[in-house]
Ligand binder design. Structure first.
Ligand code: NAP
Length: 468
């Protein structure tokens, strides 16, 4: 397993995958750690998680440099990612007890309530694109709920995986409450089968999601899947064009275009299409791509050359299918996994840039005849992660938002994750939710506790089946 700097092409470090005996030892230790951790108080867990936030803040520059080197994220974005992780630790430290408090329900019982118990070690299979954020948004709620975190990170960011494990240790978490396994994806199925693992969460591609869900299904273990997206940004005829272009450009270039919720398809009303296209291309041509450690770079390289080559193939295939290339579209000479900001127009259903997720700085512009057509185009995708609407009419936005097949709809803003709001998708973007109180309830035993009434007790006159 190698970490290769996508800017220089140099191997940073080679990691020997842990052998089966070591994985067995670590999973056994995770199982043992659960016995004490599940009995710890919310206050104790919260104190440790706050401390983890503090460690992150203290190391944000160093961790941002690690991300720049392992997967090409520009430094200021890396710093922002670490701060967001620390904020997520604070959020769950402050709110987990409230989210998981017993929920009293009025029934025919003397007392009945819903309790939320931890499950045990949860395996998290994570991607390289937000190497810290993806892990913390799983780990912060999971640990606060009393579960144990077992991470299998993407093979190209093993340095980040070990750094995350260090953050938890330095914060004072007992050793095996959070463990990073260094294993290849071919061994994930075997880990899922291990009796210590109680549930699995995966963030990554649909192919990986299918494979993990199949293995977990065979073991009847719960899964949460956060998969890819091809988010539609719908620019309606009453949109404020300048603001819409600004947001659409920024969203397409988040993390050099390698974000599940980056804008990917721009569905623009025909009355605005020419203006939108002109302004968009002008903005894209000013973007500076280069060394992620250089402050003047707007975006860095893609994370690996094979991923860059895949993006280029998708652009070339879309052009062959009839899309028009307005800017970019050439692989630059020299080292590094670079790809220029690229704009395709005349994109239509059936073309690769419409039907597939393009994981790089490539915008696909699609013309819509009217509102109905725009909604139909937005929904004509195998994915359903995020979407954005641009209109000055709030009632119109609310009406359309409910017809969009996606887990997140943002109006006059780009789609983003926020610890306070649930995050996830429908269709091939996966199932289950992360973040907010929905996220912390994914990996708990939702337990009904029912106390029978003492016979003759006057209160037993309360009618049954009332839920409060
Ligand atoms: P990926 O190739 O699916 O890898 C993700 C993780 O799954 C890695 O740890 C990988 O390990 C592992 N993996 C790959 N194939 C597997 C298999 N057959 N069985 C078990 N594990 C497997 O995805 P990626 O290229 O790293 O990330 C990009 C994808 O993630 C995009 O589709 C993106 O949209 C999606 N994503 C979704 C969200 C969301 O919240 N919905 C957020 C971020 C990214 P190895 O590295 O060892 O192969």
């Amino acid at each position: 397993m190698q970490s290769v700097n996508p800017h220089s092409g140099q191997v940073i470090r080679t990691y020997d995958p842990q052998d089966d005996a070591e994985v067995e030892r670590l999973l056994g230790a995770a199982e043992s750690a659960f016995h004490d951790w599940k009995k710890s108080s919310f206050a104790d867990r919260a104190q440790l998680l706050k401390a983890a936030g503090g460690v992150l803040r203290g190391r944000k520059q160093q961790l941002a440099e690690l991300m720049a080197d392992e997967m090409g994220k520009v430094l200021r974005d890396g710093v922002a990612e670490i701060e967001k992780c620390a904020g997520c630790c604070d959020f769950y430290a402050e709110n987990a007890q409230r989210f998981l408090a017993n929920h009293m329900v009025l029934t025919d019982a003397e007392e009945s309530y819903i309790a939320f118990d931890p499950l045990g070690p949860v395996l998290a299979v994570m991607p390289w694109n937000f190497p810290f954020w993806q892990v913390f948004r799983f780990a912060a709620p999971a640990l606060m709920a009393g579960n144990i975190g077992v991470l299998k990170h993407a093979s190209n960011v093993s340095g980040c995986a070990l750094a995350i494990q260090d953050v938890f240790r330095e914060a004072g978490f007992p050793e095996q409450t959070f463990t990073a396994l260094l294993v290849e994806s071919a061994r994930v199925e075997q880990i899922i089968r291990h009796p210590a693992i109680q549930a699995v969460t995966l963030t990554g591609s649909a192919a990986a999601g299918r494979s993990v869900a199949r293995a977990a299904g065979a073991e009847l273990k719960k899964t949460v899947l956060e998969l890819g997206g091809s988010d539609a940004y719908v620019v309606l005829d009453d949109a404020r064009l300048d603001a819409a272009v600004d947001i659409c450009v920024k969203s397409r270039l988040i993390n050099a275009g390698q974000s599940c919720i980056a804008a990917k398809r721009f569905i623009v009303h025909k009355s605005l299409r020419a203006q939108f296209e002109r302004a968009y291309v002008e903005r894209f041509q000013k973007i500076r791509y280069g060394d992620p450690r250089d402050d003047s770079s707007d975006i860095g390289p893609l994370a690996r050359t094979d991923l860059r080559d895949q993006v280029h193939r998708q652009v070339e295939e879309s052009v062959r299918q009839g899309a028009k290339l307005l800017t970019g579209g050439q692989v630059p000479s020299g080292v590094g996994a670079y790809y220029p900001p690229t704009v395709l127009t005349n994109v239509q259903p059936g073309m690769v840039a419409f039907d597939e997720e393009v994981f790089g700085p490539v915008a696909a512009i699609i013309e819509a005849n009217d509102e109905e057509h725009a909604i139909a185009l937005a929904n004509q995708s195998p994915f359903g992660l995020g979407a954005a609407l641009f209109t000055q009419d709030k009632a119109r936005a609310d009406r359309i938002a409910r017809r969009i097949e996606a887990g997140n709809v943002f109006v006059n803003a780009f789609v983003k994750s926020d610890a306070r709001l649930p995050f996830g998708g429908v269709k091939q973007s996966g199932y289950g939710r992360e973040l907010s109180w929905f996220g912390i309830q994914e990996f708990v035993n939702v337990k009904t506790v029912y106390h029978a009434r003492v016979e003759g007790d006057a209160k037993s006159q309360v009618p049954g089946d009332r839920l409060e």
